[in-house]
Design a protein around this ligand. Structure first.
Ligand SMILES: [Zn+2]
Ligand SMILES: [Zn+2]
Length: 430
């Protein structure tokens, strides 16, 4: 590979091994037991001060999986021989956030955020799919790292190891945050109010993009969609469908009316908004009046105010309809993200640094990213609102296979060490 400074080349093989280890053991939101423990024990070995488990998670964890799912993934981590059992114990129950702090006295506080969670997707078993061919495909049936968060975790570790070896060149405090539950948007809100994030001068997040070429770097973004994700539980009453239908209350009727009414509600909002009812579960049997219905809904908009208007209008409609049908309803917020913009001057200085490395032939200062939501936006706003700067970067990682959230998703692993060299440069810049 051309252009990578010699002092980063040593890291490359190790980072590929880490990424493949995480890829083989994908863990969904709040179940990142093995990944978080591996991260914590590595950071500890390299002299970082560790915050993890209940010491780091200081707010409600949205969209926590069922106890059975938590137990299943915890048991899988317990079986592994490469994990420190005392550190693993601290993650029990879904407390899977880890932050490593390297304090070198006077100077700025800089946070680097990586995410660790995988997705509920079955990985491709096609021989053309490199992780399958090279035998590091998912060992957890039904789950897969299909967004590149395995690479993000490896990049975070690569940065940590590099900085621990070059501590003398650092000024100030470096915090590397390994966050859980980025997919579904809930992990950042659970840690952002921790005192270590109170006075941050610079915060950096990034994503590998399989739909962009590896020569491409994005120094900042704006326009990520603000989102609220919520579950609606509608309660009716069961009864014999022929003997006493009048004694039942059919929860499916308000559910159906809600679906149709929310579709119509979209017309009252700008065309960029997104409102999707992605899942409905209802009923128990053909001959029973349906007593329960569950709707899984998400709302998104280009700004936080429009998101809230859309969310509030949806909730009002849902409550009116369920009341009309004599049902009760419970609405649970399960994920939330804000919209955010990378700080202009920070994106500009990143562009200067990236251009100087000569590692990328295309380097965009700021790019509109309005087709997804990103949990890092919560930290970006938090840091910017308290006087700091923040940027969300992107690195092209295409290896011509599937794109994000697809069964044959994969990346060019060489981009990981390139990203570490950029992050190390940002860590050490004055
Ligand atoms: Zn994703
Ligand atoms: Zn992602």
């Amino acid at each position: 590979m051309s252009g990578i400074p010699n002092n980063f080349k040593d890291l490359q093989e190790e980072m590929i091994q880490w990424r493949r280890l995480f890829h083989k053991h994908p863990e969904p939101a709040w179940c990142e037991f093995g990944t978080a423990t591996f991260v914590a024990q590595s950071l500890k070995k390299w002299g970082f001060t560790i915050y993890m488990g209940q010491d780091l998670i200081c707010d409600k964890r949205m969209n926590l999986p069922t106890q059975a799912t938590l137990d299943k993934f915890y048991a899988q981590a317990l079986e592994r021989h490469d994990l420190n059992k005392e550190l693993l114990e601290q993650t029990k129950g879904g407390y899977t956030a880890v932050a490593g702090v390297l304090d070198n006295g006077e100077g700025p506080v800089k946070v680097f955020r990586v995410d660790m969670d995988a997705l509920a997707i079955n990985e491709s078993q096609d021989n053309e799919h490199l992780p399958f061919k090279k035998k590091f495909a998912s060992a957890h049936d039904g789950f897969m790292h299909a967004c590149g968060h395995d690479a993000h975790t490896a990049i975070g570790l690569g940065l940590a190891k590099y900085l621990s070896q070059h501590k003398g060149s650092l000024q100030g405090k470096i915090i590397i945050l390994f966050q859980p539950a980025e997919e579904g948007l809930g992990g950042m809100a659970a840690v952002v109010k921790h005192p270590i994030f109170e006075k941050v001068d610079e915060a950096y997040g990034f994503h590998v993009w399989a739909n962009k070429e590896p020569n491409e770097f994005i120094c900042g973004t704006h326009g990520q969609l603000a989102s609220k994700k919520f579950d609606v539980e509608i309660k009716g009453k069961a009864s014999h469908a022929a003997l006493a239908p009048e004694k039942g209350i059919n929860a499916m009727l308000p559910a159906a009316e809600i679906i149709l009414s929310l579709e119509k509600l979209k017309a009252d909002f700008p065309s960029h908004i997104r409102l999707n009812i992605g899942q409905m579960q209802a009923g128990t049997a053909r001959n029973i009046i349906c007593p329960d219905a569950l709707l899984k809904i998400e709302t998104r908009a280009g700004d936080t105010i429009t998101r809230d208007k859309l969310f509030n209008a949806s909730i009002q409609l849902i409550e009116e309809i369920t009341k009309k049908h004599a049902c009760s309803c419970n609405i649970n917020l399960v994920g939330e993200a804000e919209s955010a913009s990378s700080s202009n001057d920070l994106a500009k200085s990143i562009q200067g640094l990236v251009t100087d490395t000569g590692l990328f032939t295309r380097c965009t200062e700021r790019e509109l990213h309005n087709t997804y939501s990103e949990d890092f936006c919560t930290l970006m706003n938090h840091v910017q609102n308290s006087g700091g700067k923040a940027a969300f970067m992107g690195i092209g990682a295409s290896n011509k296979s599937g794109t994000h959230h697809q069964t044959d998703f994969d990346i060019d692993e060489e981009v990981m060490v390139k990203m570490v060299s950029i992050l190390a440069g940002l860590s050490m810049s004055k």
